[in-house]
Design a binder for this molecule. Structure first.
Ligand SMILES: [Fe+2]
Ligand SMILES: [Fe+2]
Length: 255
C-alpha cells in the first residue's frame, strides 16, 4: 500500500495547492490512500463543513487535525457525521468526534502532544489502548505535537506496532525521515501546505509585532502565489504492515 501524508494545509492557498497537484500525484505515484491535516484549512483556523467536502472531492481520504480543530464553531455540528475527519484521540472521551478511523485493512489514528501544547490524556497510553483493539496490521499515526523529542519518543514507543508515526503542528518540515528498527516509518514533522515567505503560513508583520510587544495578535494568512507543499510518501507491506520506505515529497506550487 502506498500512502501520501500531507502537512497542515493553511488557508485557501494551502487548499488550492493541494487541489492543483493532488490528482496528478495520485496517478503518477499510484497512491492508495491520502491523509492530510486540515486543522488550519479555513483561513488558518479550523475547518468548516464545506471545506471538509472540498478536501474530500480533491481526493483527501482522511483529514486529521490538532489543537485548531475547534476554531470554527460549526465543526461541533458536523464532526460526528464525518468519520473520516479526525480530532486527536487523547481528548476527553466526552469530546465530540473520533480520534481514529478503521477503513477496513488500514487504520488512521490522530493524537496530540502535551509538551508546549496542552493538557490532554497521555498519547502513549491512549495509542496503546486503541491499537490493542485493532485487527488491521496497517496503522498510520498523525501525532500533532510541538516537541521533536515527544514525537520521537512516541514513534519509538510504537515501533513495530504501527506502520508509521508522522508529526504535524509546527508547519516546518524535518529531514529525519527514517524507518525505525522494528519497521515503523517516522518523520518528526511533515511541514505544511502554505504560502512561501511566511511565518508558518501567516503574514510575518503581525507575527513580528506579537513577538516583540507581547500583545496577543490575530494572525492572518500570508497571500502569495507560491505555496510550499510538504508531504511524505510511505510504502507499507500489505502482509506485515511494516513500512518498506518513507521519502519526502516537497515542492513549491505556483497558483
Ligand atoms: Fe497547524
Ligand atoms: Fe496545531
Amino acid at each position: 500500500m502506498r500512502v501520501l501524508m500531507i502537512g497542515d494545509m493553511v488557508g485557501r492557498n494551502g487548499r488550492d495547492a493541494v487541489k492543483k497537484i493532488l490528482s496528478a500525484k495520485k496517478k503518477s505515484l499510484g497512491l492508495d490512500l491520502v491523509i492530510a491535516n486540515g486543522e488550519n484549512s479555513a483561513g488558518g483556523f479550523g475547518i468548516t463543513k464545506s471545506i471538509t467536502t472540498e478536501l474530500q472531492l480533491m481526493g483527501v481520504d482522511v483529514i486529521t487535525s490538532g489543537n485548531h480543530i475547534w476554531d470554527q464553531k460549526e465543526v461541533l455540528d458536523f464532526i460526528e457525521t464525518e468519520p473520516r475527519l479526525l480530532r486527536p484521540a487523547n481528548y476527553p472521551e466526552i469530546t465530540p468526534g473520533n480520534g481514529w478511523v478503521d477503513l477496513g485493512d488500514v487504520v488512521v489514528i490522530n493524537l496530540i502532544g502535551r509538551l508546549f501544547v496542552g493538557e490532554f490524556d497521555c498519547p502513549f497510553k491512549i495509542s496503546e489502548e486503541i491499537i490493542s483493539k485493532l485487527s488491521a496490521k496497517k496503522i498510520l499515526v498523525d501525532f500533532h505535537a510541538e516537541a521533536t523529542s515527544e514525537k520521537a519518543a512516541l514513534a519509538h514507543f510504537l515501533d513495530g506496532k504501527v506502520s508509521a508515526v508522522v508529526g504535524t503542528h509546527t508547519h516546518v518540515p524535518t529531514a529525519d525521515d527514517c524507518i525505525l528498527p522494528n519497521g515503523t516509518a517516522f518523520v518528526s514533522d511533515l511541514g505544511m501546505v502554505g504560502s512561501k515567505n511566511s511565518v508558518i503560513g501567516f503574514d510575518p508583520a503581525p507575527a513580528i509585532s506579537k513577538f516583540r510587544n507581547q500583545i496577543p495578535t490575530r494572525m492572518k494568512i500570508q497571500q502569495s502565489s507560491l505555496v510550499q507543499f510538504n508531504s511524505v510518501l510511505i510504502d507499507i507491506d500489505d502482509v506485515s504492515g511494516k513500512a518498506v520506505s518513507i521519502s519526502r515529497i516537497d515542492e513549491v506550487v505556483e497558483l
